[in-house]
Design a binder for this molecule. Structure first.
Ligand SMILES: [Zn+2]
Length: 578
């Protein structure tokens, strides 16, 4: 058993005091190695949590004798001479990151993601763990792990402890609902959010039951939504074994349409991960290796399929209308078609590159999002399977098979397993789908439009209404009253004249001052742009290419007229009348 103890002295410093006690076998021939995770499941990039660690001290727990140690990597400490001893490790952890993967300490709460803050003794990850928290008497503890004693959490191994975020506070609110006979807890910490609990619980119950029905079971015995409602604009969610942390704001707008929609979307998405990534896990992460990158090619399943279902199931469970669902789908389309990255990197390679630069904008047109393209290819696959089998089969069957074969057994799935199951459910090898859209960069518009038509819908392309983007192929942002170029479509007129970071100061001799679109909309064949490039003033010429439009906007819409088969398809897919 590894014992952890977390306390704090002065919340104003944001520092937590962490202590761990570990027994080292007498026959141990290697030094005791203490490893702090370098990343956390759910975000596939190195995050180097050791940056938050201060003042490491190691001692013999019985004699209090200090034990010498040395760092062997940025997040690994080795203690020679520990064999046969009970070793105590003490350090401070800086809890000052408020997002769904972070940790936070202030006078009103302790919020901890153990994966950031707790070291493990190498070779002892499978031993049970106990975490005791030193909390003020009136604080209440919310966590997916069972509490054996007050403020004491029990985990069967380090993995389970690392995957169990907690919030402790005197003001945390708690509500509960039941789905599939299991308890679902909703915790709310932070600003008074004026939550309409009856509405929230009814909506949560509806999408939870829809998911339970889809999979025919739940991988865990209970579930906890740990919400941090913040006083400023924020949006983030992270999945865990039997819980999720959601950080959302501004709290005062929580029940307003725009933010409540986000709460439902992220909650439905994170719950779906309980199956898809926590239970149904890629072979490369079975088990997780916290010390280094865990490369995997299938994040389009883990995140793409989850992004698809996270929104789609809200419509299917009647929490949202089809038109509300299409609005969300159109946001995904807009984000996917926002640049030309999809032409340069396949979805499967983008999964590998999460570890490289997956969570930042990166250099222009280099990459594609596993979330957005992953969701669109999941939609395409779902509608294709439905069409092949008159809606008697769907992507649901693929997910159920994955749950049966991998989720329930704890065996990790491979890329080949997924392709095989898709083929078996579809009744044919879906090689072209995988070659073109998963491992290739073929355009999606035409096949997506064709698939949508089987359910009485279509993919419509609208001209980009912005003159700079639609006609000339560039986007700008106004920063400190400077109009700067932020994006240029490859092959567009702008690509022959402008560079990213150019500051546009005049068009045809007229000063640019929040009027760029007007100045570029006079219908002339040529424009002269005065730009500052690296602090040098240049004049460049921009000429429109007739008949070419850049950055079209795509939208899913219902067909004005649909036949009976299409209407029936719509009903079977979305669960709503056409
Ligand atoms: Zn996700």
């Amino acid at each position: 058993m590894t014992y952890y103890h977390v306390s704090f002295e002065n919340p104003l410093t944001f520092y937590l005091q962490v202590q761990l006690m570990v027994e080292v076998p007498a026959e141990a021939s290697q030094p005791l190695a203490l490893q702090l995770p370098a990343w956390r499941p759910g975000r596939y990039e190195l995050q180097n949590f050791a940056q938050k660690i201060q003042r490491v001290e190691v001692s013999d727990a019985e004699t209090d004798e200090p034990l010498p140690y040395r760092k062997t990597t940025k997040d690994r400490w080795e203690v020679p001479g520990a064999a046969g001893r009970s070793v105590r490790v003490r350090y401070h952890f800086y809890a000052h990151q408020m997002d769904a993967g972070g940790s936070w300490l202030d006078e009103t709460q302790l919020y901890l993601n153990p994966v950031q803050a707790l070291m493990y003794a190498e070779g002892q990850q499978d031993a049970p763990c106990q975490l005791t928290l030193d909390l003020p008497a009136d604080w209440r503890l919310a966590c997916g792990l069972p509490q054996t004693l007050p403020n004491t959490l029990q985990a069967k191994n380090f993995d389970q402890l690392a995957d169990a975020p907690l919030i402790a506070s005197p003001t945390i609110e708690h509500q509960q609902y039941e789905a599939g006979g299991l308890p679902f807890h909703v915790w709310a910490q932070g600003e008074e959010a004026l939550i309409n609990w009856p509405k929230l619980l009814a909506d949560f119950k509806a999408f939870s039951e829809e998911q339970l029905k889809l999979f025919g079971g739940f991988p865990v015995q209970d579930y906890h939504f740990l919400n941090q409602f913040l006083p400023y604009k924020h949006y983030h969610g992270v999945e865990h074994h039997n819980s999720t942390v959601i950080t959302l704001g501004p709290a005062e707008l929580l029940m307003h349409e725009a933010l409540y929609k986000e709460l439902l979307g992220v909650s439905c998405h994170e719950l779906f991960h309980t199956w898809n990534i926590k239970a149904i896990r890629p072979a490369e992460m079975q088990p997780y290796d916290y010390a280094r990158e865990n490369y995997f090619r299938t994040c389009y399943i883990a995140e793409g399929v989850t992004t698809y279902y996270g929104e789609y199931l809200l419509a299917r469970s009647h929490v949202r209308t089809p038109s509300q669902y299409f609005e969300e789908l159109n946001i995904v389309l807009r984000k996917h078609y926002d640049d030309a990255g999809g032409q340069n990197l396949s979805l499967a390679d983008a999964s590998m590159d999460l570890w490289l630069d997956g969570y930042k904008p990166g250099v222009p047109d280099r990459k594609v999002s596993v979330y957005h393209k992953g969701a669109l290819t999941a939609l395409l696959l779902d509608l294709t399977i439905r069409q092949l089998h008159g809606h008697a089969r769907s992507l649901d069957d693929v997910m159920r098979r994955l749950y049966e074969d991998f989720g329930k057994t704890g065996v990790g799935y491979t890329e080949a397993d997924y392709a095989r199951i898709v083929g078996e459910v579809a009744g044919r090898k879906m090689q072209v789908y995988f070659d073109k859209f998963i491992n290739g960069t073929a355009p999606l518009q035409e096949p997506l439009d064709k698939a949508l038509r089987t359910v009485g819908c279509q993919l419509v392309a609208y001209e980009n209404a912005s003159a700079s983007e639609g006609t000339f192929g560039f986007r700008t942002v106004v920063k400190n009253e400077r109009t700067e170029v932020t994006y240029i479509w490859p092959g567009s007129p702008a690509s022959a004249a402008l560079t990213i970071d150019d500051e546009i100061v005049a068009v045809n001799g007229r000063r640019v001052d929040m009027n760029l679109q007007t100045l570029l909309s006079t219908g002339q064949p040529h424009y002269e742009l005065a730009v500052f490039r690296q602090n040098r003033l240049l004049v460049v010429e921009l000429a429109a290419l007739p008949g070419v439009g850049y950055g079209p906007r795509y939208a899913v819409e219902k067909l004005a007229e649909a036949d009976e088969a299409q209407k029936a398809g719509f009903q079977k897919w979305l669960g709503w009348e056409f």
